[in-house]
Structures are given as structure tokens and as C-alpha cells.
Ligand binder design. Structure first.
Ligand code: NAD
Ligand code: TYD
Length: 350
């Protein structure tokens, strides 16, 4: 059967890289990007493929049961890769209910639609994209394994953990074919400038303070977004039903060291005096309940599915800075809000 893949959240940061990869690599697949375009959805991310023959966009909220059913029927959806979510921890602290609605109820809605629409479950896959944050926070030692017990600490990670549990429950109870991957922090082109790396790039460029939470000692494990998209391709095609795969690049950094690295690189690229951007570093009040350390053990996906990251961190960071400097329009449209007109201007007559 020819595949018709529903990719949810495809206008967001990671989703747009997954959509671009699948549209270009698999001309025989029908790729349906379903996204309701929250503040984080930006169709400018998909400019290069928006005219492709195998690409379709549907502006639908995953909370809308009727809308989901219509999309499944219209496109004969055979598989789902589910990325749509509220994704920012700080926003989850100020508005946890928004995260419950989209991440938990939205995911269950999508599971229900697939369960109802699909007849022979053996022929279909529901692939849920999750985060390493569901495992909680590590001290100095150890790594998150696929077998690490869930211990979410923020409203964001609690909502993602809950959605993971529902996916497993649908696999166990209804025998839906499912797979889950839990990835570490992503960085790269098209990330909304509320997250640490693009926020700092933007603020260094515009000479604004660089807010470092607490002492900057918290550790994150960073992966280039295109490497994550490649991993999603591998898990989708080769992952075993019912399994979980951790995705990460064995690449831990303290926040303050990343911010300093960005300052050094941008001083060079902008021909500024050495050390000038570091003066923008401002230590601010810590995030409530700030997880100390995330670190993924990605041996399972490496050994079983042969995936590993292509890009080293310094190269990835350099590429990322270059992308933001070369795509000033993208950043200006985000900061001015103009990106939210893109749908009305380019898609509404389709
Ligand atoms: P993002 O915030 O950039 O994009 C989310 C997308 O989902 C947006 O396009 C938004 O419009 C859409 N969306 C949100 N609510 C929706 C709804 N109710 N209905 C339809 N569409 C909706 O997020 P991201 O950083 O690209 O993350 C994508 C997925 O990957 C999420 O599930 C996230 O939990 C997971 N993840 C992210 C990271 C990371 O570092 N960013 C790491 C691991 C896992
Ligand atoms: P973020 O990019 O929000 O991702 P996550 O919370 O999912 O890990 O934050 C990455 C790290 O950077 C996290 O430890 C919080 C910290 N941080 C800052 O110090 N300052 C900031 O302005 C932001 C957005 C994050």
C-alpha cells in the first residue's frame, strides 16, 4: 500500500525538518502536514517544499475530533508521526493547562482517530515523538536509558510523560502498532527564539542581555535538528513496534559554556572585539523546579538501527549561527509577528 503519512506539528521547529526530509526523500509518499499554527507554527519554515506534488497542508487543531477525522478520510492516512505539542518549559510553568490540552488530550484524540479509522492495525504505525525530559533530572553521573523509570518534574514533561503512557496503553489495550522516541535538546535553523540557543543568537546580534537562569550550571545534551529528523526517518522505517528509542548525541554542555561559546563565535563572525558579547551575559532568577541535568544513552538506536549523529557540536553551532545571520527576514518576521500572516497570504486560496 502506498503510504499517506500524517505529520503533526510540521510547521514547528523539528516537524518542519521532518516534513522537508520526507517530502524530498520519498516522492512516492503522500506527506500531510497537520498543524493549527500556534505562535510556534511558522509556514515560512517550509517554503522550499510548499509547491511539491507530494506535500499537503491542513490547518487543523489536534483537539478537533471532526477535523482530524476529515483529514484521515480525505488523505487516506496510513501512518502518523506525531510531533504537535506545546514545547516550552517556561510557558508550561505559567499555563500548565494549555499543555494538558494539546499534549495529553490532543494526543488521545489523535490515537482515537487512528484507532477508529484504521481497520487492520498490522498495516499502520502510530509514531509518537517525545522528550528525554520525561525521565526527570540527573545528578552528575549516569544516563537516561529506555528502561529508566519516568519521573517528570515540570508541567511540560508531565504532559509529555502522560501522552507517552497513553500511546503505550493504546498499544497494549487495542493492539495499535506504536513506537516512541525520546530525544534530547535540539538546536539548529528555524527554532523559535524563545529557546536558549536562538534567543542568545538573536540577543547577541541586537546587543540585548543574555538571560542565564541561576548560575548557568544546568546541563543539557544537544543534538542538531537534522540529525534528529534523520533518526525519526530511521525509527519510522525500521523501529520495532512497541519499542522505545532514546535519541541523543552524547553531547553534554553546561548552559553557561554554551552561552560563552555563542558569544565567542559571534564576536568572530560579526567582527566584534573579542570578549565584547560576553558582557551581555546576565544571571537572572532561576527557573522554578529547574532540572539539573539531562543526558541520553543513545546506544540502543545506534546498535539496533545503525543511526548516529552526522554533525559535531561546534560545526552544528557554527552552521546554526550562520543560518540565523543569513536569514534575517525569517527572524524579523518572527519578532514582528509578520510570520503569522503567511498562511492567509500563501495558503488560503489552495
Ligand atoms: P515547536 O513548539 O517548535 O512546534 C510545535 C508545533 O506544533 C507548532 O507548529 C504548533 O503550531 C503545533 N501545534 C501546537 N499545538 C497544536 C495543536 N493543538 N494542534 C495542532 N498543532 C499544534 O516544537 P518542537 O521543538 O519542534 O518540538 C516538536 C516535538 O518534539 C514536540 O512533541 C516536543 O515535545 C518534541 N521534542 C522537542 C525537543 C526540542 O528540543 N525542541 C526535544 C525532544 C522532543
Ligand atoms: P530551553 O531551550 O528552554 O530548553 P529546555 O528547558 O527544554 O531544556 O532551555 C535550555 C536550558 O537553558 C535550560 O536549562 C534553561 C536554560 N535557559 C536559560 O538559562 N535562559 C533562557 O533564557 C532560556 C530560554 C533557557
Amino acid at each position: 500500500m502506498k503510504k499517506s503519512i500524517l505529520i503533526t506539528g510540521g510547521a514547528g521547529f523539528i516537524g518542519s525538518h521532518v516534513v522537508k526530509l520526507f517530502v524530498k526523500k520519498y516522492p512516492d509518499y503522500r506527506i500531510v502536514n497537520l498543524d493549527c499554527l500556534t505562535y510556534a507554527g511558522n509556514l515560512e519554515n517550509l517554503k522550499e517544499i510548499e509547491g511539491a506534488q507530494n506535500y499537503y497542508f491542513e490547518r487543523v487543531n489536534i483537539l478537533d475530533e471532526t477535523g482530524l477525522t476529515e483529514v484521515f478520510e480525505k488523505h487516506g492516512i496510513s501512518d502518523v508521526i506525531h510531533l504537535a505539542a506545546e514545547s516550552h518549559v517556561d510557558r508550561s510553568i505559567t499555563d500548565p493547562l494549555a499543555f494538558v490540552k494539546t499534549n495529553v488530550i490532543g494526543t488521545v484524540n489523535l490515537l482515537n482517530t487512528a484507532k477508529t479509522f484504521w481497520k487492520n492495525y498490522e498495516e499502520h504505525l502510530f509514531y509518537h515523538i517525545s522528550t528525554d525530559e520525561v525521565y526527570g533530572s540527573l545528578d552528575e553521573g549516569g544516563f537516561f536509558l529506555e528502561t529508566t523509570p519516568y519521573d517528570p518534574q515540570s508541567p511540560y514533561s508531565a504532559s509529555k510523560a502522560s501522552s507517552d503512557h497513553f500511546v503505550r496503553a493504546y498499544s497494549n489495550t487495542y493492539k495499535l502498532k506504536t513506537v516512541i522516541s525520546n530525544c534530547s535538546n535540539n538546536y539548529g535553523p528555524n527554532q523559535f527564539p524563545e529557546k536558549l540557543i536562538p534567543l542568545c543568537i538573536h540577543n547577541i546580534k541586537t546587543n540585548k542581555p543574555l538571560p542565564v537562569y541561576g548560575k548557568g550550571e544546568n546541563i543539557r545534551d544537544w543534538l542538531y535538528v537534522v540529525d534528529h529528523a534523520r533518526a525519526i526517518d530511521v525509527v519510522f522505517h525500521q523501529g520495532k513496534s512497541g519499542e522505545t528509542y532514546n535519541i541523543g548525541g552524547f553531547n553534554e554542555w553546561k548552559n553557561i559554556d554554551i552561552v560563552r561559546l555563542l558569544c565567542q563565535k559571534m564576536d568572530e563572525k560579526l567582527s566584534r572585539e573579542k570578549g565584547s558579547s560576553e558582557k551581555l551575559i546576565t544571571f537572572v532568577k532561576d527557573r522554578a523546579g529547574h532540572d539539573l541535568r539531562y543526558a541520553i544513552d543513545a546506544s540502543k538506536i545506534q546498535k539496533e538501527l545503525g543511526w548516529e549523529p552526522n554533525l559535531q557540536f561546534e560545526e552544528g553551532i557554527s552552521k546554526t549561527i550562520d543560518w540565523y545571520l543569513e536569514n534575517e527576514d525569517w527572524l524579523n518576521n518572527v519578532t514582528s509577528g509578520a510570520y503569522q500572516q503567511y498562511y492567509a497570504e500563501h495558503y488560503s486560496n489552495r
